[in-house]
Write a protein that binds this ligand. Structure first.
Ligand SMILES: CSC[C@@H](O)[C@@H](O)C(=O)COP(=O)(O)O
Ligand SMILES: [Zn+2]
Length: 211
């Protein structure tokens, strides 16, 4: 029996899934210069999360560590992602959140600087990619938060947003996107949909500006 307070076999499986998915995201250019961080819920008290500062395009199993929901390293002395609190706050608050993906793509970064408070996504068939949306006639808000290096400040702003209604993600100004879901597949779907729709919104802005 393992002395660890989590299931090491489950950690191994989740690490494999994180590594495979993050590699794809890195190949898309969404994790430049060691940016971005990723996690999966391990159980009701622990998450597997990327070690801070690692090259997300070249992750190996040692680059995935365990934290408890207070953000403390468990079973290793690695330093967890600088933004661990933005992950653990979602795991604590929503028992059905199973995976959180944070990326710094070009579209996400540009959009986060152009749209000041939120991006309203409306009239797209792809809105149905977001859990709970059945029709393109819906509109969803992607909030934009001011950036901060102070994670408790950022996390408090996120809590305020979460109090207002359902969210699938948020942008941080000049920084990137957080998206989540019940599992990796759903979190990827939400992340991919946000990326695609932000690209559309940026193109629409360009076209409108040219004419
Ligand atoms: C390399 S700058 C990006 C970081 O400051 C941060 O925003 C980020 O996404 C990655 O931080 P990390 O501590 O590796 O999880
Ligand atoms: Zn970041």
């Amino acid at each position: 029996m393992s002395a660890l307070p989590y299931d090491p076999q489950r950690l191994h499986e989740l690490a494999g899934e994180l590594i495979a998915n993050v590699r794809e995201l890195a190949q898309l250019g969404w994790t430049p210069a060691t940016s971005s961080n990723f996690s999966s819920r391990l159980d009701e008290r622990h998450a597997a999360i990327t070690v801070s500062g690692r090259d997300k395009g070249r992750l190996v199993e040692d680059d995935i560590m365990v934290v408890d929901f207070d953000g403390r390293a468990v079973g290793s002395d690695h330093r967890p992602s600088a933004e661990t609190l933005l992950h653990t706050q979602l795991y604590r608050r929503f028992p059905d959140v199973g995976c959180i993906l944070h990326t710094h793509s070009h579209n996400q970064t540009v959009a986060s600087r152009i749209f000041s408070r939120s991006v309203r996504l409306k009239g797209y068939e792809l809105l149905k990619a977001f859990r709970g949306n059945e029709t393109h006639e819906a509109a969803i808000e992607l909030p934009v938060l001011p950036n901060s290096q102070d994670m408790p400040t950022l996390a408090a702003k996120v809590e305020g947003l979460l109090d207002r209604g359902p969210l699938w993600g948020y942008l941080i100004q000049g920084h990137g996107l957080y998206a989540w879901g019940r599992d990796m597949a759903e979190a990827r779907r939400h992340l991919d949909a946000f990326e695609f729709l932000l690209g559309c919104e940026l193109d629409l802005r360009r076209i409108t500006t040219v004419h």
